[in-house]
Write a protein that binds this ligand. Structure first.
Ligand SMILES: Nc1ncnc2c1ncn2[C@@H]1O[C@H](COP(=O)(O)OP(=O)(O)OP(=O)(O)O)[C@@H](O)[C@H]1O
Ligand SMILES: [Mg+2]
Length: 268
């Protein structure tokens, strides 16, 4: 495979949301700053939206890596298609408790009691819900009710909703206005600009152990940028296939033609 030929320790363009490869473009940096600010200042609801494949889950994993586990308890919900009771049970389990009942009222009571005991023990609590564009209205309402836990000055529970642009549309609905009014920190992640795509590619190549081989020609980067419209997941898919094409030709430069072949061969 091309890894050995070019001297990479690992695949530079995997499409897993691995924060080790995080490239902090200006928009990714701003998004991180919004998330950190919301948690530090205990703002209650924080919303991060962005196009499919632009790095939301990667940022969320980075955030979890940096959070100080001694002071902050976290729950990460990755499958928000859960029913309301399943959602509350999942939050309970992630926060270290075992759900004792399966009726909604009992679970909510248990969760409230558990949250209060964590707060008494001096912990902050952060609940992150990824893919929240898929949450039902009822589940979102439940999450809102959880956020009512507060003192006179602070929210006791920080809730981060992460989702595709449909989440923005969902939050505009009249029946979700109570939730919308509670969102004090909001950030919409943007695709990468052309110069950022070039830096992104270099960043991943060097983290994978590359030592300057192969290079991507300016025309190759331009074509990757135009086809991907700056969406990192598409950039990864194109770069992976273009690298393979350059490797097949035993070349040290990935060219416009390699990218063209990658597109023709159906890179997403
Ligand atoms: N800033 C970044 N630095 C490094 N890699 C990134 C960055 N942003 C995205 N990626 C890469 O792009 C791919 C898609 O990222 P991710 O899964 O985080 O996107 P997403 O916004 O959560 O997508 P979806 O809307 O489908 O859930 C992953 O391989 C990820 O590593
Ligand atoms: Mg994601």
């Amino acid at each position: 495979m091309y890894c050995e030929f070019y001297g990479f320790r690992e695949m530079p363009f995997n499409i897993t949301p691995d924060p080790k490869f995080l490239y902090l473009s200006p928009t990714h940096l701003e998004a991180m700053q919004h998330l950190r600010y919301g948690i530090q200042q205990k703002k209650g609801f924080i919303v991060l939206t962005g196009e499919v494949g632009c790095g939301k889950t990667t940022l969320c994993r980075q955030l979890l890596d940096e959070i100080d586990n001694h002071h902050i308890e976290t729950a990460l919900i990755l499958n928000p298609r859960l029913s309301e009771t399943e959602l509350i049970s999942a939050i309970l389990r992630d926060l270290g408790a075992t759900p004792t009942d399966n009726t909604q009222a009992a679970l909510l009571e248990q969760l409230n009691a558990h949250l209060l005991s964590l707060i008494d023990a001096g912990k902050d609590i952060v609940v992150i819900i990824d893919e929240s564009q898929n949450m039902s209205f009822e589940a979102l309402e439940h999450v809102r009710l959880l956020s009512n836990l507060e003192t006179n000055t602070q929210k006791l529970l920080q809730i981060i909703l992460i989702g595709q642009p449909e989440l923005k549309e969902k939050l505009k609905q009249e029946r979700l206005r109570q939730l919308r009014q509670r969102v004090l920190v909001f950030y919409d992640l943007q695709p990468l600009k052309r110069s950022e795509v070039a830096q992104y590619i270099q960043h991943r190549l060097s983290l994978a152990g590359g030592n300057g081989r192969p290079t991507f020609s300016r025309w190759a980067v331009g074509k990757i940028y135009r086809h991907s419209r700056g969406i990192p997941r598409i950039v990864n898919s194109l770069c992976d296939k273009a690298l393979l094409s350059a490797y097949v030709g035993s070349r040290d430069c990935v060219t416009w033609w390699d990218v063209r072949r990658a597109i023709k061969e159906g890179a997403i």
